[in-house]
Design a binder for this molecule. Sequence first.
Ligand code: PLP
Length: 402
Amino acid sequence: MDFKRDDGITRRMAILQQRAKMMRDHDFYFYNQPIEEVLGGSKVIVNGREMGMYASYSYLGLVGHPRINAAAKAAVDKFGTGTHGVRTLAGSLTLHSELEETIADFKHAEAAITYTSGYATNLTVISTLIGRGDYVISDKLNHASIVDGCMMSGAEFRRFKHNDMQDLERRLEQVPQGATALVIADAVFSMDGDVIDLPNVVALCRKYNAYLMMDEAHSVGVLGKTGRGIEEHFDMWGSVDIKMGTLSKTIPSVGGYVAGKRELIDYLRHASRAYIFSAALPPAQAAAANESFKVILDEPWRLEKLNANTQQFISGLKGMGFDTMLTTTAIVPVLCGTDERAYALTQACQRNDVFVLPVVSPAVPEGLARLRATVLASHEPGEIARAMDVIGKAGREIGIIK
Ligand SMILES: *Cc1c(COP(=O)(O)O)cnc(C)c1O
C-alpha cells in the first residue's frame, strides 16, 4: 500500500504542512499551545510559565467558579457523565429542561432549546428554518458557523457590508415579493469587538417583513445592564426573533442555545437535525451552564468590573497610539498591519508573559492583521497596566506605534 499519491487531499495537506513549518521555523507558530493549569480567572501556566490571560472568552471570569464547579460535580453524582442518547428519545434529563427554562428567563423569551455546541446550533437552526427559494442576508463579518449554516440551508445567500444599513436595505430590496427572508448578524463581532446597529436592523427587518436572528456568543454577560445581551443593551426587548448564543464563552461550559417564541422552539425541537440526531448535553455541562446564568445575576460586580477593565484597556491602548478599530467591548483588536508584525508583537508579548494570540489573513483581510486581545472581569487594574506596558514597548520596537 506504499504508493505515492498525488491528489487534492495530498496537495492540501502538503501546503498546510509547509505553511506551519515556515511559521515554526520563525518561532511564529502560536496555535494549540497546551495550558497546563488555570490560576484563578486571569492567569494560566503555559510551557511552565505563568502568564496573564488575554486570549480568553471567559469575559466574566467564571471558569472555575466554586458554585459552578459544585453544580457540575453534583450533576455527575446524580446523573453520571453521559446521557442516554438523543434528547427526543431517552436523552432528556430534568437538568436540560431546567437549563432551558433558565435561559428563556434570562433572555426574556417564552422558551429555549439547547444543543451540544454553538457551531452546531447555527448550522442546524439556520438550515432548519430556511431552505431553497428563501433568502438569507448575513453581515460580512459574521462568524464562520453562520456562514456554514447559510450555505448548508440551500437558501439564496446574500451578504451586506459590515454593519452598513444602506447595504442591508439594498439586499432586502432585492428579495422578491412574497419570498421568506432571514437577516442574521453577530451582536458583538468576534474579530472587531464592535456592536451591531440593532435599532436600524430591526427597523429594516420590520419594513421588509424579514425574520431577525442574532448570534450572542460575545454579548451575553457583556452587554446590557445585567449582562442579558443585545436587547437589554438597546432597551429593545422582544425585537429579535431568534436569539442564539453559546454556552462556551462567558458561560463556562459547552453547548449552544436558541431562545424565542414557544412555536419557534417547539418547531426546532421536532425538526432540527442536531437535536434529533445528536446526543444530549452531558449532565455536568448542563448543570454548569444553568448555574452560570444565576451567578451572572447574583454577582453584578463582575459586569461592572468588566466594563471598567474594558474602558481602561481600550483607552490605554489608544492613548499609546494603537488602532483598536471600532471596539467598545471586551474584544480588543490591536491593529498591526502585516501578518509578520502581528506575529512579532505576539511573540514579544508571550516572551513577557502576556498570553495573547494573533489573527492574520485569511481570517481577516490582508493588511488588517492584529492581536485579538480580550479583557476579563477577573483582571486586576495593575495586571492590565502591566500587560499594556508590554504591548506598548513591543509595539514601539516593531514600529507599530511611535
Ligand atoms: C464561538 C462562536 C460560535 C461557536 O460557538 P461554540 O460554542 O464555540 O461552538 C458561534 N458564533 C460566534 C459569533 C462565536 O464567536
